[in-house]
Design a protein around this ligand. Structure first.
Ligand SMILES: Cc1cc2nc3c(=O)[nH]c(=O)nc-3n(C[C@H](O)[C@H](O)[C@H](O)COP(=O)(O)OP(=O)(O)OC[C@H]3O[C@@H](n4cnc5c(N)ncnc54)[C@H](O)[C@@H]3O)c2cc1C
Length: 530
């Protein structure tokens, strides 16, 4: 049985890197050799903490905030402001490393209750101060880089004190959680009740319940537990116009489902203060295993067959030939790039009887389609390192290699065209020497997501180079009729493509909702709404 060791840290994230500061490491020697061969080494000097711009909010406003929620919960020191600046995309890291902290909030406020959030919102409206809801700070789409021009200040509304498990309904199998709980904190509280949420994005260690809802996140076990929006049955939201409580029944026909208006609203419509989610019994057994496929297409077709037969495991992911060769352990064992082998990981979680039955059925289908079982070792290796890649991204940046990811989704019939279009766009824009990898890790009866990783020499101007490549790849997604984002959300970075995806009328509907819920536009200005 493969056990997943969940990282659980209380520490703040490093201001210029992913994750816990104590886990910041230099690139291991073995990897240095490979990186030198592929890209050459360009060791970058240790990054200094750059100074912050002076706060652009008046002392009177800070004093008013202190009166509202208590002086100790209104923080203006440089270190805290630095830690609440932007998210953790590679462009965010590059800007922080280059000393650009122009998006730093003027002040960080930490309400404890829904009522305190509502009071801060009322203050923001009255004084025309911009508010940025802050969960775990793991946004990769500029969702925390709100516009400050035209506002009397920029306030980070840090939900870090809202960490309660408010209610558990063992009969209905639901739990109500506060938004500031990080993934491991929520799982630990639910585990005491014998329950799990089953939501494990790669950012699990730091991302929060409120952030999952606000971005419509999808985790590594989405095939079994569902993406986060499908887990949500109820929401409590503080808006500048008052409170919304949504979700009085598991399903209804009472007009359009307004929960869907708040899910994915990225702090632009309101602040999510409670989330009621469907929960499952803690699995007694977890088994992860590897499969070899002769090609990415053959593996993807097998995923489709499983999805359309109602036989999806809890975890299913498939690396393309390049990702298989580069990222995964023992590529020689599964063929590697030369023979075109691709690695699939399947994982089954649940009660032993149910796991056995599903595993047997899945094995029969995969073997019937030409998959070669590789046993549990590749599955164990994946489960062991599943949250480590973001740390490696920083170690690669340290030696002058730019690593970044982007994702999209489409219907099965369009998968191959999308894959080729985006890959060609990235390769064309980044030029020779760049490596483009892809995997599928979220599947549906009707289609799947494609997740691309690139690695290339950072050079002297890494930021404009990557932004140009990302724009080319985003255009390719639109040209292929796919989505600009399957689970990373829109933020500021994907906004230029949103209208092309949802149409002028769709954009106008979003603006109308924004105008109604946040008429003076104090919530996350510039984020999401075209
Ligand atoms: C290394 C890495 C790996 C990642 N892997 C995944 C993955 O596997 N799957 C995935 O889906 N995403 C992934 N992401 C993206 C990111 O983790 C998700 O978007 C996550 O849901 C954000 O949660 P957060 O708590 O960090 O939110 P934040 O980054 O703090 O905020 C994200 C947005 O939501 C708003 N917001 C936050 N909390 C609230 C609230 N309570 N009410 C209203 N608005 C709010 C913010 O204003 C912002 O616009 C990854 C990111 C990184 C850096």
């Amino acid at each position: 049985m493969a056990q997943t060791k969940l990282p659980f840290t209380q520490s703040e994230m490093h201001a210029q890197r992913w994750g816990a500061p104590e886990r910041a490491t230099a690139l291991p020697d073995a990897a240095r050799g490979l990186v030198e061969l592929a890209f050459g080494l360009d060791d970058r000097p240790a990054v200094q903490e750059p100074p912050l711009p002076a706060p652009g909010i008046s002392e009177t406003h800070v004093a008013a905030l202190r009166d509202l929620i208590g002086a100790e919960h209104v923080v203006t020191d440089d270190e805290t402001r630095r830690l609440r600046t932007r998210g953790k995309s590679t462009p965010d890291l590059l800007r922080a490393r280059s000393g650009d902290l122009s998006d730093a909030p003027d002040v960080v406020v930490r309400p404890r209750t829904h009522e305190e959030v509502a009071a801060v919102l009322a203050f923001a409206v009255e004084n025309h101060v911009a508010l940025v809801p802050f969960g775990g700070g793991t946004s990769v789409t500029g969702g925390l880089a709100a516009r400050r021009e035209g506002y009397a200040g920029l306030v980070s509304l840090d939900l870090v004190r809202m960490k309660g498990l408010l209610d558990v309904d063992h009969v209905s199998m639901t739990a109500t959680l506060e938004p500031g709980l990080r993934g491991p904190e929520a799982e630990a509280l639910l585990a005491e009740e014998g329950l799990t949420l089953g939501h494990f994005p790669q950012s699990f260690e730091y991302a929060t319940i409120g952030g999952f809802a606000a971005t419509r996140s999808s985790g590594q076990s989405s095939a079994g537990y569902g993406r986060f929006d499908s887990l949500v049955v109820g929401l409590r939201v503080a808006t500048p116009r008052g409170e919304m409580r949504l979700g009085s029944s598991p399903a209804n026909a009472a007009g359009p489902d307004l929960r869907q208006l708040i899910l994915g609203s990225e702090g632009a419509f309101g602040v999510i203060t409670e989330v009621t989610v469907r929960v499952r019994a803690l699995p007694a057994l977890k088994v992860y295993e590897g499969w070899r496929w002769p090609s990415f297409s053959a593996g993807a077709d097998a995923m489709r067959t499983l999805a359309q037969s109602g036989l999806l495991p809890t975890v299913i992911r498939l690396s393309d030939e390049a990702e298989t060769a580069i990222n995964l352990a023992k590529p020689d064992q599964i063929g590697g790039a030369e023979s075109g082998g691709c690695l699939m990981i399947t994982g089954h979680e649940g009660e032993p009887g149910a796991v056995d039955a599903k595993r047997t059925a899945v094995t029969a289908v995969l073997e019937g389609l030409g998959g070669v079982p590789l046993g549990e070792e590749p599955g164990r290796a994946w489960a062991h390192g599943r949250f480590d890649a973001p740390y490696l991204r920083d170690s690669m940046l340290d030696v002058g290699v730019l690593v970044e990811t982007m994702e999209t989704a489409t219907f099965w019939s369009n998968r191959d065209a999308l894959y080729t279009g985006v890959k060609d766009a990235l390769t064309g824009a980044l030029g020779e020497g760049a490596i483009v990898l892809c995997h599928i890790s979220h599947v549906y009866e009707t289609g799947c997501s494609l997740y691309f990783t690139i690695a290339t020499q950072a050079g002297d101007e890494p930021l404009p180079r990557w932004l140009a490549a990302k724009a080319a790849a985003s255009d390719a997604m639109m040209d292929a009729g796919a989505t600009i984002t399957h689970h990373h959300a829109v933020g500021t970075d994907h906004k230029p493509w949103l209208t092309r995806e949802i149409g002028e009328l769709g954009a106008s509907v979003l603006r109308a909702v924004k105008a109604d819920l946040d008429p003076t536009g104090v919530l996350n200005p510039g984020v999401l709404v075209p």
